[in-house]
Every structure is written in C-alpha cells, then in structure tokens.
Ligand binder design. Structure first.
Ligand code: HEC
Length: 151
C-alpha cells in the first residue's frame, strides 16, 4: 500500500493548506461518480445529470449521512446516520477512498457493508471541495471540520 494512501486513511492527520483543494479538478473528476449519482437542486434543476443508483448529492456537505428522503440506504449507511455523522469535506474524502472502511471505523461495526461499490485513490479532496461548492452553504469547504454537533 502506498504511503499517501495510509496518510489519507488516517483522516484527521490530512491537513491540507487552504486552497489546496481544486474545485475545477473535482468537477471533472465527478464524472466518475455520475454513473450512480445526480446532483439536482430542490427545485429540480439538474446541476449534473446522473444515475439514481446512489442518492442525489446536492448539498451533501453539512447534511446528515443517509438523510435523502425516499432513497433506500443500506443498513451500514443507516447506522452511520444513527452515529450522528454529518458530512464534512474531510469525511467525504475518506468515505470515497473506501466506503466500507469509513463506515466500519465510524460505527465500530467491522461487518458493515455499504451499497457503494466504488473507491477512488486520488483527487478525493478535490471532489469533496467541488461538492461543498455546490452546497447551499457554499463556503463549507473553508470551515474547520472540528465542530462537534452530535448528541
Ligand atoms: C457504482 C455506483 C456508484 C459510484 C460510481 C459512486 N457511488 Fe456513491 N453511492 C452509491 C450507492 C449505491 C450509495 C448508497 C450506499 C448505501 O446505502 O450503502 C452511495 C452513497 C454515497 C454517499 C452517501 C450519501 C448520503 O446520502 O449520505 C456519498 C457522499 C457518495 N456516495 C459519494 C460518491 C462520490 C463523490 C462518488 C464519485 C467519486 C461516488 N459516490 C461514486 C453508488 C455509487
């Protein structure tokens, strides 16, 4: 396993300087996601036309995990929601790197399996920054992710 990946998987230690996340790169890289995910605003505007295998990713940063109404999540994702997870840029990047591992670490259930059979080992931060840029709060990418709102 490459060193960079080990660093990425430790999550919190991955502190990138401001501006290191490249929204334009993330937008291009999102083509890898759109087979399964659309980005559609609440008023029905297609920001990115995409598949419905996975949930709509509009406004995902700052949103509780597994909270899109009407989408049938796996038990693993529902457990992630129950753990109080709210998506941050950091957590999105870690999730995309290895969805099962991310959920297993967050929930403590080593048998958790998500329905997302996709992993990415580069540009995860850029994709997360891109998704933050099309969240209603817009600036979420620049905010520290250390706020604890669980409970
Ligand atoms: C092969 C299809 C597929 C691809 C490709 C894919 N996903 Fe997913 N994704 C899913 C499925 C299915 C789920 C629901 C997982 C579950 O319920 O276990 C999901 C869930 C998610 C979630 C959780 C959403 C929520 O409501 O909490 C995020 C975030 C996400 N995907 C981001 C991405 C990103 C970013 C990419 C591109 C790097 C990507 N996905 C690529 C199928 C896919």
């Amino acid at each position: 396993m490459r060193f960079a990946m080990i660093v990425a998987l430790t999550g919190a230690t991955l502190a990138l300087p401001a501006g290191a996340q490249d929204i334009a790169t993330g937008e291009k890289e999102f083509r890898k996601c759109k087979a399964c995910h659309m980005i559609q605003s609440p008023d029905g505007e297609d920001i990115v036309k995409g598949g419905a295998t996975g949930p709509n990713l509009y406004g995902i940063v700052g949103k509780a995990a597994a909270s899109q109404e009407g989408y049938k999540y796996s038990e693993a994702l529902l457990a992630l929601n129950a753990s109080g997870e709210v998506w941050t840029v950091e957590d999105l990047a870690a999730y995309i790197t290895d969805p099962n591992k991310f959920v297993q670490e967050k929930t403590g259930d080593t048998s958790a399996r998500t329905k997302m059979t996709f992993k990415l080992n580069k540009n995860q931060q850029d994709i997360a920054a891109y998704l933050a840029s099309i969240s209603p709060g817009g600036e979420a990418a620049d905010q520290p992710a250390d706020e604890d709102t669980s409970g």
